[in-house]
Design a protein around this ligand. Structure first.
Ligand SMILES: [Zn+2]
Length: 263
């Protein structure tokens, strides 16, 4: 464990330096457009993720343990939430249909509707998805909700949630018992994902929703509406912790990526 911890520190120091050099060189000598820079940043984030993956493989957590962590984490999170059952949309049916297309079959995918006016949804390790009533009031049809559910499930299909916990465990050098890991998980569960992870969850989210028979136009109309909401909030008032109304990536960027997706 001690050696892994040192390795993590070492990679952590070099990554920002490498990133800056790489982006600067490409920017100065290739006359890249703003759009190409965005692609470069995406590549850098992707590479960083791959390097970190080697580190995470050392401290891998089984699906069974991830589910256990998820159950304990949900108990903690739910203490602060008001859970409600009723809503005009049949979220249960939508969720079941999308869940049928997942690859991580052992993960305990499920959801809770949270009484909260904020337009948001989020997921935690072990498969729980929290959907705010504010988001359900905001969307107009099943296709739009299907995209949001697909996106949230994708954060776990791509292991984004458990990775945050693994980083927290690596960084704090704690004893790896369930209680300690759950505490570490609680301290990081609502930290935002990076831009590349958001694009990745959008892409897989669209695939999962269409596989379940929903129209991908729902993803596009969702981001059109979100764009208007972003303008209402203004750049400075956006919540960095919100999975949809954050400053990066913007609704416009995300919609553009989905439009470019190949079937
Ligand atoms: Zn997300």
């Amino acid at each position: 464990m001690e050696m892994h911890f040192q390795l993590g520190k070492c990679i952590g120091i070099f990554q920002p330096f490498w990133k800056i050099i790489f982006i600067t060189v490409l920017f100065l000598f290739t006359g890249t457009s703003a759009f190409a820079q965005d692609d470069i940043l995406e590549d850098v984030l992707k590479t960083t993720d791959q390097l970190n993956q080697q580190l995470l493989n050392i401290t891998s957590i089984s699906d069974k343990d991830e589910n256990k962590i998820g159950i304990e984490l949900d108990k903690e999170i739910s203490k602060k939430l008001i859970i409600t059952e009723s809503h005009k949309f049949n979220v249960g049916l939508l969720f079941q249909k999308i869940k049928a297309g997942v690859s991580r079959k052992k993960i305990n995918y499920r959801f809770k509707i949270v009484k909260n006016k904020e337009v948001n949804a989020y997921s935690i390790a072990g498969g729980m998805v929290y959907i705010n009533t504010g988001l359900l009031d905001f969307v107009s049809n099943d296709d739009e909700i299907a995209f949001v559910i697909g996106h949230e499930i994708s954060h776990n299909e791509k292991k984004h949630c458990i990775k945050k916990i693994q980083y927290a465990v690596l960084a704090s050098n704690i004893n790896q018992n369930l209680g300690a890991i759950v505490q570490a998980a609680y301290s990081v569960y609502n930290l935002p994902f990076n831009k590349y992870q958001e694009y990745e969850a959008d892409e897989l989210g669209v695939k999962l929703m269409t596989k379940a028979g929903y129209d991908r136009k729902g993803a596009l109309s969702f981001f059109d509406k979100l764009k208007k909401l972003e303008q209402k909030y203004g750049e400075e008032n956006r919540d960095a912790l919100n999975d949809f109304i954050s400053s990066h990536p913007t609704a416009e960027d995300r919609k553009e990526k989905i439009e470019k997706m190949q079937d």
